[in-house]
Design a protein around this ligand. Structure first.
Ligand code: HEM
Length: 502
């Protein structure tokens, strides 16, 4: 294998002799540090879009370029997760996020039905109700505290978590109603991932196959792990009890009707109750785990950065507000409500979301490994079992594709007036998104993309239409203060904000 990878550029020495990697053993921010090491090496070796970071004892390739990433993500030999996902597999068991080719189809079958358009319409109505509550809270804050909140991230976290609770688990977390008091177990999700990334990017992880077990030597990790597990089990147990109670009541009054309000968790529980006992508890637990981890952290992070950037870029916020106003005018004159499909008319809104995801994608990097050996068109051969990391953070800021990549400029996704491309998304307002310019992977890509994309876009569109349509927002920190360290999941923006009524 070593000889086969020799054609691919990259340093020749083993990781064992690399001083930079040795520093990671004691690093307090290993993801941050490894990102910078990889970035430096990309400048040296990444001209062809792919280079070999580690040749021995295991093989790690790094993808640095959009077109190489596109080619590989579209190749069905890349369905397996890379070895770093061992940590997640151990934490949240086998589910759509952590699984390999062997259980991919089965895991997809379990989750896909809950992401269809019919479910989205119910989700939209629930989320609208949470926004009404949020508006009441903000209005109160404007009347009593000049619209100041010390941390905008908190408001967003609560909207996302309350929506997930009701949409997927039929469970009221009540975080907005309780004045933004976070549920105990969700508070630790970010911390758990961050503690985990200390382990994943520690090179020792590469050498010890059962390194996960050693994590329990850390008191902090053990504590976080059990709090998370107990929190998830509590959600499931409460729903099992509610369903059994409900069924008994129905039987008493001989009612036969199926309950249309049942969510993903309810349906999973119902199909696994035999003679009043629940079976396959582990399978249910791992599906709840994935919604909590993949659905919560990603959406709240993206939305917090979007609000942060809009609060610091008033002219962009004003343009977005104008678009939202025109949208409301159209709805009013046609006597229409906000729906999943009419929200998509707001092209500038989508540009603001895409630009946020380009700059602050929660998934800074993803990893795959080859299920079979493959031959690239340039003649390079990648054997079976090689790990490949896609460095999205670098790809998304590549000056080859994005002029002044560090600048927040949603308009970069708009079509030039003289362009005339049939593939593009044209609306009757004459604004067009140039899909060719979406040369980045906000929701990953190819044949294993994010299953929650439509849900996340719906949540973000609805939240921003509501907030920017009602309030003028101002981020109160110095621009740049919220740009914190990189982590495996990019942390949310934490910043003081002020709301004023429009
Ligand atoms: C802005 C929000 C989101 C972003 C940026 C995002 C991004 C991503 C990315 C980049 C991946 C690929 C990960 C990898 O290959 O390692 C992914 C996968 C996944 N996401 Fe999302 N995601 C978001 C929201 C959600 C939501 C709301 C859910 C569920 C409620 C979700 C569920 C999943 C699942 C289950 C996978 C694994 C899919 C598979 O491997 O087949 N995501 N997401």
């Amino acid at each position: 294998m070593y000889l086969q990878l020799k054609q691919i550029p990259g340093p020749n020495s083993s990781i064992l002799f690399n001083k930079e990697f040795h520093k990671l053993l004691t690093s307090k921010q290993p993801f941050h540090d490894i990102y910078h090491i990889i970035n430096r090496m990309s400048d040296e070796y990444g001209q062809d879009g792919l280079f070999c970071l580690i040749r021995t004892p295991i093989q790690h390739l790094i993808v640095t370029d959009f077109s190489m990433a596109q080619k590989l993500l579209n190749n069905d030999n890349f369905l397996n997760r890379s070895m770093e996902y061992r940590f997640f597999h151990f934490l949240i068991q086998d589910n759509l996020f952590t699984c390999n080719q062997r259980t991919l189809r089965q895991n997809k079958r379990l989750l896909l039905p809950y992401f269809r358009i019919q479910s989205m319409n119910n989700f939209l109505e629930n989320s609208k109700n949470f926004l009404k509550l949020l508006n009441e809270n903000i209005d109160n804050c404007i009347d009593n505290n000049d619209g100041h909140y010390p941390n905008a991230g908190q408001i967003i976290d609560c909207f996302i978590v309350d929506s997930i609770g009701v949409n997927f688990f039929n469970t009221e977390f009540n975080t907005i109603r309780s004045g933004f008091k976070m549920t105990d177990w969700l508070e630790i999700v970010g911390e758990l991932l961050s503690t985990g990334s200390m382990q994943i990017f520690n090179p020792i992880f590469l050498y010890i196959p059962f390194y996960n077990v050693l994590l329990f030597l850390s008191k902090k990790f053990t504590h976080l792990y059990y709090r998370f597990k107990i929190g998830i089990d509590q959600i499931i147990t409460e729903r099992i009890e509610a369903i059994i109670r409900n069924d008994n009541e129905k039987e008493d009054c001989k009612e036969q009707s199926a309950n249309n309000d049942e969510t993903m968790l309810d349906q999973m529980i119902r199909s696994r109750i035999i003679d009043g006992n629940i079976t396959q508890m582990q399978e249910i637990r791992s599906q709840v785990n994935i919604i909590c981890l993949a659905g919560y952290d990603t959406s709240k992070t993206s939305l917090s950065w979007c609000l942060y950037l809009l609060g610091h870029h008033q002219s962009i916020q004003q343009r977005l507000y104008d678009e939202i106003q025109q949208f409301y005018d159209r709805l009013n004159s046609n006597d229409e409500e906000i729906t999943i499909s009419n929200m998509k008319q707001l092209k500038y809104l989508d540009c603001c979301i895409y630009e946020t995801l380009r700059l602050y994608n929660p998934a800074s990097l993803i990893g795959r490994s080859t299920c079979r050996s493959i031959q690239l068109s340039n003649g390079w051969h990648i054997p079976k079992g090689v790990n490949i990391m896609f460095l999205f953070r670098r790809i998304n800021r590549d000056p080859k594709y994005f002029h002044q990549p560090e600048i927040f400029n949603p308009e970069r996704f708009l079509m030039n007036n003289d362009d005339n491309n049939k593939d593009n998304d044209n609306d009757d307002q004459g604004i067009t998104i140039d899909h060719k310019r979406l040369t980045f992977f906000p929701f990953s890509g190819g044949i294993r993309p994010c299953i929650g994309k439509e849900y996340a876009m719906m949540q973000m569109r609805l939240f921003l239409i509501n907030i920017i349509g009602r309030y003028k927002i101002q981020s109160l920190d110095q621009y740049g203060d919220a740009f914190n360290r990189l982590d495996f999941i990019h942390p949310s923006a934490k910043f003081p904000i002020q709301f004023q009524r429009r």
